[in-house]
Design a protein around this ligand. Structure first.
Ligand code: PEP
Ligand code: CO
Length: 458
């Protein structure tokens, strides 16, 4: 029996090349670019079509309110960050947060990492000027290098292959760790919960945290009961990768047909997404991602008009399939409550099929008086709460959340029970791009979200 080909008419893995935005990365040497992309085309895939199909199924469940998606990781991964301790710490925080969330939402939670390919960054300006010298901006390790020299900032197509290699090393280690079982998940008492003892936490909240931690073992049993499989088994299967699909040379070189399945798969990640700055309806990114079988995310910022979101959704999910489109709102704590109802209304009226997620990070950036980019824990939490409230009121499932976080002890976002202040930011400010929640902040955020969502169920 042959399945009809779902590829949209006129689409090819290269049809994006004639659209606006196709040439935003000024590679100086076209020949070197085609040599490196030819190499990428010949290399094995990083992920497989059956994993992608499995994620689509899980996203379809989240869309229907039967599952929750936790997406998180660095704003920008660097090749230098490809180290076992960092990778393990990131995996651990995501796994721990997902358990906390299972406890609150009483649904299975799917983990989607921002890793193994989050190497390309959109910039608000294509150039950067320092002391009268203007050079191309740093676009992430997949494109150029951070150092402020003309040599480092020149887009280098060999970095496409280097990025692929590091994504592959990262993924290999993650798959091995996950296969090994991450046994400490069964022992929440070993988690680093030292922030509970911080003075700024009220005794009532502390008691609630402690109660929830004590109950986490129940959450594990609950998760085991939800599937017929064991937690180790679930952990192994339910792990997915994502990154912003900014560099279409990279994405299209790993996009292929696979045996015994219809359509094209983008095999760099399970769930690529289109960023806020590259979602032009007639642009190269929408053209490219409308043709692949992967679930595709799209960021929705405050400037997106409801009718524009509807037409983007139609373009990216022409057949109206469940599990295909992930609408990631990033509207800001102050605007989420007013911007969401018209968005949800228009989407509902147009019959848009998509899984809604909230990214409470990207519209809550602030700069301190001394010029440090940060985000406040409270604003992030407020956007989540306001968003959750609107979805609850409108009767639409909020299918997941999207965070920038790290498993390390960085000081990049202010606030949280650990009490990071503006003055602390210089202690360990390590991000290659936007400020991330550190280990304790991320875990606390999961606790608070679980508490809020758990309350809604009562
Ligand atoms: C990001 O996710 O790192 C990012 C740049 O987001 P956005 O496109 O929503 O600004
Ligand atoms: Co970011």
């Amino acid at each position: 029996m042959s399945t009809p080909d779902p590829t949209p008419t006129g689409w090819t893995p290269d049809s994006w090349r004639s659209c606006p935005g196709a040439n935003t990365i000024p590679y100086p040497d076209a020949e070197a670019l085609s040599r490196e992309t030819a190499r990428l085309r010949s290399l094995p895939p990083l992920v497989t079509s059956w994993e992608i199909e499995r994620l689509r199924k899980e996203i379809a469940e989240a869309e229907a309110g039967r599952r929750f998606i936790l997406q998180g990781g660095d704003c920008a991964e660097t090749l230098e960050d490809c180290r076992p301790d960092r990778i393990a710490a990131k995996l651990k925080i995501l796994l721990q947060m997902s358990l906390v969330l299972v406890h609150g939402v009483k649904k299975p939670v799917t983990r989607v990492g921002r890793f193994a390919g989050q190497y390309a960054k959109p910039r608000s300006s294509p150039t950067e000027t320092r002391q009268g010298v203007t050079l191309p901006s740093y676009f992430g390790d997949l494109i150029n290098r951070a150092e402020f020299t003309s040599e480092a900032r020149m887009p280098d197509p060999h970095l496409l292959v280097r990025g692929y290699q590091h994504a592959s090393l990262t993924l290999n280690f993650i798959r091995a760790l996950v296969d090994g079982g991450f046994a400490d998940l069964h022992h929440p008492e070993y988690w680093d919960l030292s922030f509970f003892t911080h003075a700024s936490l009220s005794p009532a909240v502390r008691a609630e945290y402690e109660r929830m931690t004590a109950n986490l073992a129940d959450g594990l049993r609950f998760m085991e009961a939800l599937g017929e499989r064991t937690v180790d088994d679930l952990t192994r299967v339910e792990f997915f990768t994502s990154h912003e699909g900014l560099n279409l040379h990279y994405e299209s070189s790993q996009t292929r047909r696979v045996p015994r399945r219809a359509g094209y798969y983008c095999l760099t990640a399970h769930m690529p997404w289109i960023g806020e700055r590259s979602r032009q309806p007639d642009g190269a990114h929408v053209e490219f991602f409308r043709g692949v079988r992967n679930p595709v995310g799209i960021k929705i910022g405050p400037s997106a008009a409801p009718e524009q979101v509807v037409s983007l959704a139609r373009a990216l999910n022409p057949a109206g399939e469940s599990g295909k489109l992930v609408l990631i709102t990033r509207l800001g704590a102050d605007q989420a409550a007013s911007l969401l109802p018209p968005l949800l209304g228009a989407a509902g009226q147009a019959g848009v099929k998509g899984c809604w997620m909230c990214d409470p990070m990207h519209a809550n950036g602030i700069t301190t008086p001394s010029g440090v980019k940060t985000r406040s824990f409270d604003a992030i939490l407020r956007e989540l709460e306001e968003t959750y409230e609107v979805f609850e009121r409108e009767g639409v499932p909020l299918g997941g959340v999207h965070f920038e976080l790290t498993g390390d002890d960085v000081t990049e976002c202010v606030g949280g029970a650990a009490g990071i202040t503006e003055a602390d930011l210089s202690t360990n400010y390590a991000t290659a791009c936007d400020p991330r929640l550190n280990y304790q902040q991320a875990l606390e955020m999961a606790f608070l979200l679980a508490r809020r969502m758990g309350r809604a169920k009562a």
